[in-house]
Design a protein around this ligand. Structure first.
Ligand code: NAD
Ligand code: DAU
Length: 350
């Protein structure tokens, strides 16, 4: 039996990756390492928590002793590292958390893998999940490729870029068998409602203002989270050692157009008059250093590993809206307490 450590498995993308691996690979022992920050939620894994090949450990990736113990106790063969502080706006108000978890935590895991594996890398793999934001900001033209120079511009993206460099350094210096992927914006069920799509769905439902930063002209490339989980599966098993793969949805949207599309879908679902939800759109102060456009060239992963997105945006958005409307308890549990405090700080009295 192989033992695979998935970090950040109680978060948005991590929970989809855990579900996919637990169900698809009964011969793998899946160890979910998560310290359950505000973004970690074991409710996301209710359907798999009793599976015999699944184990949760509440461990902070920065805690070197605890991490080393998990590697030894479970004889870890492979790592899929997703644990991170992931929200750009929080990195602007509190950068240190990002430096600690995203940089230091990644090095703690790299060291633990080296110590556990020694020089025998047979059947071993360290897979680091990163973001397209490390490449910086595009103008109206062009796409990020795997050879685009790094140019991170927020504390979040700088911390992820730093962790990518460290992972590559361990490959070159210590021959650690690593692979990295850099993905565009994910959307789907279980995303914490500080991120654009779930925040807008939730605010439309509650008739609250829809905060659009600046003029809403920034562009993001959206990928359905289960397509990302499939890409992670493919790269983990078939990616070349030391290589990087860009993952994206070929699906660019200006924020304002996306928010209007969500209003249109929600008007229908909530039996509101056409155009009613759009009245909630409120342009607010722009994000500091707001990157204009991200867009990913997926040629390499398509040609070399045969992965491509399968879920059309219209389909994925419907599924996502339906999930949030059907899971009121999930959202109600989150939008209390810490979320309220964050919302006040980020958007003021609204
Ligand atoms: P998320 O914020 O929803 O979840 C992060 C998870 O990591 C949470 O469960 C949290 O409890 C856990 N965590 C945080 N700090 C930890 C620590 N010190 N020790 C142990 N666990 C800790 O994040 P997400 O959106 O699911 O992103 C997951 C990964 O994918 C991140 O590395 C992120 O940079 C990357 N990524 C995200 C996107 C996206 O659109 N969300 C796109 C590309 C890449
Ligand atoms: O590109 C990949 C990245 O995508 C990931 O690495 C990050 O972890 C993930 O959070 C996401 O980052 P973004 O900053 O692009 O996502 P967010 O949902 O925060 O914002 C999407 C766009 O919407 C961005 O241009 C900012 C804008 N926005 C966001 C919020 C929360 C608004 O206009 N209003 C808002 O209230």
């Amino acid at each position: 039996m192989k033992s695979i450590l998935i970090t950040g498995g109680a978060g948005f993308i991590g929970s989809h990756v855990i579900r996919r691996f637990v169900n698809k690979y009964p011969n793998y022992r899946i160890v979910n390492m998560d310290c359950l920050t505000y973004a970690g939620n074991l409710e996301n894994l209710k359907d798999v928590e009793r599976s015999p090949n699944y184990q949760f450990v509440k461990v902070d990736v920065c805690d070197a002793d605890a991490v080393a113990k998990v590697f030894a106790d479970f004889e870890i063969d492979g790592v899929i590292h997703l644990a991170a502080e992931s929200h750009v706006d929080r990195s602007i108000t509190n950068p240190m958390e990002f430096i600690k978890t995203n940089i230091e935590g990644t090095v703690v895991l790299l060291n633990a893998a080296r110590n556990q594996w020694g020089d025998d890398f047979n059947g071993k793999r360290f897979y680091h999940i990163s973001t397209d934001e490390v490449y910086g900001s595009l103008g109206d033209e062009g796409l990020f490729t795997e050879t685009t120079a790094y140019d991170p511009r927020s504390p979040y993206s700088a911390s992820k870029a730093s962790s990518d460099h460290l992972v590559r350094a361990y490959f070159h210096t210590f021959k650690l068998p690593v692979v990295i992927s850099n993905c565009s914006n994910n959307y789907g069920a279980n995303q914490f409602p500080e991120k654009l799509i779930p925040l807008i769905i939730n605010n439309i439902k509650s008739n609250k203002p829809l905060p659009v930063y600046g003029k809403g002209l920034n562009v993001r490339d959206w990928l359905y989270v289960e397509d990302h989980a499939a890409a992670i599966d493919t790269i983990f098993h078939n990616g070349e050692q030391g290589e990087t793969y860009n993952v994206g949805g070929n699906n660019e949207w200006r924020n304002i157009d996306l928010v209007k599309e969500l209003c249109r879908i929600m008007d229908k679902k909530l039996n509101r008059k056409e155009g009613e939800s759009e009245k909630l759109i409120t342009f607010v102060t722009d994000r500091a250093g707001h990157d204009l456009r991200y867009a990913i060239d997926i040629t390499k992963i398509q040609n070399e590993l045969g992965w491509e997105p399968t879920v059309k945006f219209s389909e994925g958005l419907e599924l996502t809206v339906d999930w949030y409307l059907q899971n009121e308890e999930w959202i109600n549990a989150i939008v209390s307490g810490e979320y309220q405090a964050y919302y006040q700080l980020q958007y003021g009295e609204r």
